[in-house]
Ligand binder design. Structure first.
Ligand SMILES: NC(=O)c1ccc[n+]([C@@H]2O[C@H](COP(=O)([O-])OP(=O)(O)OC[C@H]3O[C@@H](n4cnc5c(N)ncnc54)[C@H](O)[C@@H]3O)[C@@H](O)[C@H]2O)c1
Length: 715
């Protein structure tokens, strides 16, 4: 044994070959945390002066190689100033340099995931052999960062500048065939032959048949691109990436700039450039938001695990209503392997639902994402029916009939007599209170909300709504089924609109006020899209459907009359009166034409302004700042209310729900993170400025208290 630590052991095998094995104690995966870095430092020190060692093979004892740096430790490190972060990064880099400078050839045997710092470790050795099952990549941009353990220095020198830009700026995980094609690894072998192959290659290097010193020199010297090529490569990429990220995500562009700046430097200076840029990114609000999302996601996973402990399996599901949502839910359930009955009252409805599933599956087959046989099997898992005959052994039902409380209550009552006593009954209602729907049920403990978003196969979120009488087991079973369907469930408590729609409608309210006061809805859309939403409020309203929106608005107004009932006739009301229902009948705020690919294309038609004329003030140019404030303040305050009232448990879950449910800009981290970024005191001040507009702009007392104490929503 050469070294034995808590994360790494180094031992001498035969023929002077040492094995450095990553195996972090007490964890299911390897990651670069402090302990591992310290162990690596000590391992290098022990190896360097050991004259018995002729070569080193780096391995992992886990299923993964190393999944990356320990992101939970980042948070603390990044609270320091830039100088301190730079120092920390450079000290870590000394360790990786130590690996690279060992006085004998080195090779990594990549057995599983080698991401971020894990892949940077691989790049520090001379050679890399990869299992056909492993994946490698540098996904740091997804956290608003870039590789900081030498990745931006070594990768371009190993696979070329243009390829490294693609790998680092896109942050993708790469399969073995791709890694080999790009020369990111030297060989790909079957998993069982990995270690043997690595040792055999290492022996070749020790014997002098492979020029390991030349490979090493390539990584530590300048990039092999002449000035002209450098300009072509980096300038073009910068322009392209800037366009793709709309300037909202600084990390990929900064990564390219760093590689460009460091291109003519050797290792030491190049690493300094990397460290500086890394520290700069670590201090951006974008990286803080994106790292926050990662942590939020961890929390969701942890909660789902807790629920799984008391969940009952859903082996057979059913959906009532084969419309847009019912069809989508049946498709998703079948796709992920749970057979589902799809009941409607009309033959035509069923046909529609099945056609929709068929279309989605055919697309998958066309794109080679699915084999025709699997398509057949998936379709077979959807059993259309007009009766309750086969409902006796169903574990969970999703009701997705029309959004009408009377109809829903009737359907739910009827259903309760057809299913077993243990069957969980859920409703996909978007707005109607779960407790209201539960009023006349015999088994309200088995009843709750399961709110999917449209289109079901695309939208990741499912709101699971707990009614006052819902049992823990029913919640847990629904959470587990949502997960089985490949969705991310977030559990909330009952109120009109639940969390997502309750927060969305005040935003529409802010928008309606702007239009009333003379704002151009196209400008509002542009500003909010630049803010980071996938579509602005007018366009979104068209996509949701003006009729659907108006109906939901009424439900919300009845639920929260003090804030959400409106004292003016809005542009949306006018559209509704004129039967402009949005994208579904090709006219709303915009008109919709069909493009060459058969997709709806939005076009502006001036005549809509004439319709609005009686209800809007004279045209007025609002600046972006005011537009953002007037749309965002109501949304943010309502999110705070949901947190204060316990509709949602944590700030983390509230923010995740908004990002997944309404496309809240991820780089802003959610409504509560956004308030934190603005500063709660400044936010309150701004809301007060608009307080006469509507109660939607009135902050809560607790917000004032927190602002006075300098508190934040995210710790
Ligand atoms: N469309 C959306 O964007 C969206 C998003 C989230 C939630 N929802 C909610 O999902 C539910 C369904 O909405 P949709 O857009 O799919 O509506 P839809 O009109 O497309 O479909 C409703 C279907 O229910 C059927 N139906 C009516 N009464 C029935 C009964 N007694 N038994 C069985 N089937 C019956 C109808 O024939 C129709 O096929 C609503 O509660 C809605 O609020 C809709």
């Amino acid at each position: 044994m050469i070294y034995e630590g808590k994360a790494i052991t180094v031992k001498l095998l035969e023929d002077g070959i040492a094995e450095l094995c990553f195996d972090l104690q007490g964890e299911s995966v390897n990651k670069f945390d402090r302990v591992t870095l310290e162990d690596l430092k000590a391992s290098v020190a022990a190896l360097k002066d050991n004259s018995d060692v002729k070569g080193l093979v780096v391995t992992s004892a886990k299923d993964v190689f190393i999944v990356g740096a320990d992101i939970t430790e980042f948070g603390d490190a990044f609270k320091n100033d830039e100088e301190t972060i730079i120092k920390w990064v450079l000290e870590s880099n000394d360790i990786f340099n130590g690996v690279e400078d060992l006085p004998f050839p080195t090779i990594t045997a990549i057995n599983g995931m080698a991401l971020g710092g894990g892949f940077e470790m691989c790049l520090a050795t001379d050679f890399r052999v990869m299992s056909a099952k492993a994946k490698v990549g540098l996904p740091e941009v997804k956290l608003g960062l870039y590789p900081g353990f030498g990745g931006t220095v070594r990768l371009p020198r190993v696979i070329g500048g243009d390829n490294a830009i693609e790998w680092i700026a896109m942050g993708a995980e790469n399969r073995a065939d791709k890694a080999l094609k790009f020369n990111a690894v030297d060989a790909v072998v079957a998993p069982e032959a990995l270690k043997e192959s690595a040792i055999s290659m290492l022996k070749d290097a020790i014997a002098g048949n492979l020029d390991w010193e030349a490979k090493r020199a390539e990584k530590t010297s300048k990039l092999k691109l002449n000035p002209m090529e450098q300009m072509m490569t980096f300038e073009t990429a910068k322009g392209f990436v800037m366009g793709q990220t709309k300037g909202q995500y600084p990390a990929p562009v900064e990564a390219i700039k760093t590689m460009q700046k460091a291109a003519n430097f050797g290792r030491e200076k190049a690493l300094e450039v990397e460290a500086k840029g890394f520290a700069k990114l670590a201090k951006t609000t974008e990286s803080q938001a994106l790292i926050g999302l990662f942590n939020n996601d961890q929390l969701l996973k942890k909660k789902a695990k807790e629920y799984a402990k008391i969940a009952k399996p859903t082996n057979k599901a059913a959906v009532l209503g084969a419309g847009i949502m019912g069809g989508g839910i049946a498709f998703q359930s079948a796709l992920k392997g749970t057979p589902i009955l799809m009941k409607d009252i009309a033959e035509a409805g069923i046909e529609l639902g099945l056609n929709e599933a068929n279309k989605l599956l055919a697309k998958r087959v066309e794109r080679k994402k699915m084999k025709p046989l699997a398509m057949g099997e998936t379709l077979n898992r959807i059993r259309p029916t007009l009766t309750y005959a086969e409902f006796g052994d169903v574990d969970l039902v999703v009701e997705a009939v029309v959004e009408n409380p009377k109809v829903k209550k009737m359907v739910l009552a009827e259903l309760e007599d057809q299913v077993s006593e243990n069957c969980i009954v859920t409703s996909n209602t978007s707005t109607i209170s779960i407790d209201h729907l539960a009023e006349d049920l015999k088994r309200p403990e088995n009843f709750l909300g399961m709110h999917f978003f449209n289109p079901v196969h695309m939208m990741p979120l499912v709101e699971v709504i707990r009614g006052a009488k819902t049992s823990d087991e029913a919640v847990a079973t629904t959470v587990a089924y949502a997960q089985k369907m490949g969705k991310t469930p977030i559990v909330v408590n009952d109120c009109p609109g639940f969390l997502v729609n309750r927060v969305l409608f005040p935003y529409f309210g802010g928008f309606a006020g702007l239009v009333r006061d003379g704002a151009d809805f196209r400008k509002v859309d542009k500003v909010m899209e630049k803010f980071g939403f996938p579509m602005g409020p007018a366009y979104l309203m068209d996509v949701v459907g003006i009729d659907t929106g108006k109906h939901a608005n009424e439900v919300m107004a009845a639920g929260f009359p003090e804030r959400m009932s409106s004292d003016f006739k809005s542009a949306m009301d006018v559209l509704y009166e004129n039967e402009f229902y949005g994208q579904k009948n090709n006219k709303g705020f915009y008109v919709y034409e069909t493009d060459k690919k058969g997709k709806p294309k939005k076009v502006f038609d001036e005549s809509v302004l004439e319709l609005f004329a009686p209800v809007v003030a004279e045209a007025k140019d609002f600046d972006a700042e005011e537009i953002i404030a007037r749309c965002m303040i109501p949304m943010c305050i309502e999110t705070v209310r949901c947190l204060e009232e316990g509709i949602v448990d944590t700030a983390a879950e509230a923010d995740m729900a908004l990002i997944m449910g309404i496309g809240f800009p991820p780089f802003r981290g959610g409504a509560l993170r956004y308030i934190d970024t603005v500063g709660l005191d400044k936010f309150v001040e701004l809301a007060d400025k608009y307080k006469d507009l509507s109660p939607l702009y009135h902050v809560t007392d607790k917000m004032r208290e927190m602002a006075a104490k300098g508190e934040k929503y995210h710790g």
